[in-house]
Design a protein around this ligand. Structure first.
Ligand code: ADP
Length: 550
């Protein structure tokens, strides 16, 4: 039943604007630092809502963003869903073909784009068929873009009323949307209803989640195009915290400066981000004394990282989640009876993906379809359900059939569960590679490589990497009498045309045959085992392979 106090996002904004009207939102924007209060935030968000109305955006319409983490992007976080429209955050690091598909599939009406990302979006638009037909653009700043015909954001909201008569919105109304890259085929859309975002926010506010309060200064480094920066902008607002946004492509130096200058207490990001900060701190004098908690997720947190932060007096909370789950699932808090355990035991628990947050249920199913014992040894696929777990993919019936069963989401993560209930990811069923927190589809890459006439077979696997966690390596069976160097450079050139630099395999190895399973499929497991000693080390990957460079 619709009603003002249903499980919707708007009351979080109301509370922050009224109880913490002077608390700040600080942002490293492309046009300089922006600093204002929740009270001004609410006014600008109201202006945005009025501008969206004037532009013709209606309840149920989808509005895209193609942006880094900054205050204007944050304005869309409440402004778009609170008029009943749907905020679709688009990952700008994806290959152009994926971006075209996503915009078309979501039927976005309007896209907010950063100045620094306008060239990338313009290239996807230029190559498109009709995917962008009827889409308007707003560029995040005061000036026009040289690359796209777009209204500057400040002109878009200028002159609009600073108040808005927010409608009552049904909690089942979709409020957000994010696409996740799968093994094969196009990315899959996940819709977040008002209720899903509300319940995710409330669960993460509990002590077993990632609590944020009015004395916290919260800096999401995890991009806002990644599952709403793991929900942090909503959680921080609900808690009345100060927000700090690190802006376009933040470097370790920017992150260090913001922690020092703004007194950040909680921050979150993938391991690659923290490895960068650790390295920076080893060469510079950085004051981390305000920092209390660092959330590490997206890929496994190395134990050495947890120890390093312990030495700085900073608690690492290792979190696991998925786009399909808004995204938080588990957090590695220590149970109270482990607080007196020795450091090694504690470290072992904290290095696992943790305990499910209140509100979720899970089970782990082995290859015989049986539930595993919680002994830390048996393993199986993690299935999960709960109020903020999606029940389907957007317009993808075939993916629904494969990934959901009896109301459970089949995560594709292979886990053990120990006697204390801590889950640990030990493998992944999905054939994808996660580099610096971003997905690369190995199947898509190998199909692209096999499109070369001189390649008879190719398999792409993820190889462990110190800094990026995983990097792709291609194993290629060449045709008869093919000259190696020519083939490698031709494959590389071919891939460059269709994929961003950070998707390109770090190495192309020649093999005689791709190992197969009994059913004739490529056995990636055998390739990984056979070439396990090929673990890549820092220095082998060109700096510009970083996911934020392209
Ligand atoms: P996000 O990266 O924001 O968590 P994605 O949907 O892109 O969300 O990726 C989800 C997948 O990432 C999980 O299914 C799992 O394979 C992997 N993952 C997420 N968190 C962790 C973690 N803490 N440790 C290991 N793998 C993780």
């Amino acid at each position: 039943m619709p009603g003002g106090t249903d499980q919707t996002l708007r009351p979080f904004l109301w509370r922050a604007a009224n109880l913490y009207s002077d608390t700040e939102i600080v942002s490293r924007n492309h046009d300089g630092m922006q600093r204002y209060t929740y009270s001004e935030y609410e006014q600008r968000t109201s202006q945005l809502a009025n501008a969206l109305d004037e532009h013709g955006i209606e309840e149920g319409d989808r509005v895209g963003t193609f942006c880094w983490n900054h205050s204007r992007h944050f304005e869309t976080y409440f402004g778009v869903p609170s008029i009943g429209a749907q905020l679709h955050t688009i990952n700008p690091l994806l290959p152009d073909a994926h971006i075209q598909y996503i915009v078309d599939n979501a039927d976005d009406q309007l896209i907010f784009v950063d100045h620094s990302l306008a060239p990338k979006l313009a290239s996807a638009v230029a190559d498109a068929d009709d995917e962008f037909e009827g889409v308007d653009f707003v560029v995040m700043g005061s000036e026009e873009s040289e690359h796209l015909e777009a209204t500057p954001y400040e002109s878009f909201i200028e002159g609009q009323e600073t108040e808005y008569d927010w409608p009552d919105i049904d909690e089942e109304q979709p409020a957000g949307m994010c696409y996740t890259s799968g093994t094969t085929g196009n990315p899959k859309g996940v819709e977040y209803t008002q209720q899903m975002l509300w319940s995710h926010t409330m669960a993460t506010l509990t002590p077993q989640g990632i609590p944020m309060a009015d004395d916290d200064v919260v800096m999401p480094v995890v991009p806002m195009f990644h599952v709403n920066a793991w929900g942090m902008p909503f959680t921080a607002t609900a808690g009345g915290s100060k927000h700090v946004y690190p802006g376009p492509s933040p470097e370790p130096e920017d992150i260090a400066n913001l922690i020092e200058n703004e007194g950040v207490t909680i921050s979150a990001g993938v391991p690659t981000v923290w490895l960068g900060l650790m390295e920076y701190c080893s060469e510079h004098d950085v004051d981390l004394s305000t920092l209390e908690t660092v959330i590490v997720g997206g890929s496994a947190a190395p134990k050495s990282m947890i120890e390093w932060f312990d030495d700085q007096g900073v608690e690492v909370l290792h979190a696991w989640g998925m786009t399909e789950m808004s995204p938080i699932g588990s957090v590695s808090h220590l149970k109270s009876d482990l607080r007196d355990a020795d450091y090694e035991t504690q470290l072992e628990k904290r290095g696992k993906q943790g305990l499910m947050v209140p509100g979720l249920e899970f089970k782990v199913i082995d290859e015989n379809g049986e539930e595993i014992a919680w002994d830390g040894e048996e393993f199986g696929e993690l299935w999960i359900r709960g109020p903020w777990v999606t029940k389907e993919y957007f317009k993808r019936p075939e993916a629904n059939e494969a990934d959901f069963e009896d109301g459970w989401l089949k995560t594709g993560d292979v886990v053990t569960v120990d006697e204390d209930g801590y889950i640990q990811i030990v493998d992944r069923e999905k054939d994808v590679i996660k580099s610096g927190g971003e997905w690369i589809s190995s199947v898509e890459l190998e199909n692209a490589v096999m499109a070369h006439d001189d390649v008879s077979e190719a398999a792409v696997v993820g190889v462990p990497h110190e800094r990026w966690q995983e990097r792709p390596v291609a194993f290629v069976v060449p045709g008869e009498g093919v000259e190696r160097e020519t083939l490698v450079s031709e494959i590389t050139e071919m891939l460059k045309d269709d994929y961003p630099k950070w998707w390109l395999p770090d190495e192309i190895e020649f093999i005689e045959e791709v190992p197969k399973t009994a059913t004739g499929k490529f056995s990636k497991k055998d390739i990984r085992e056979e070439y396990a000693d090929q673990s890549l080390v820092e220095g082998q990957v060109p700096e510009d392979a970083a996911p934020d460079q392209d």
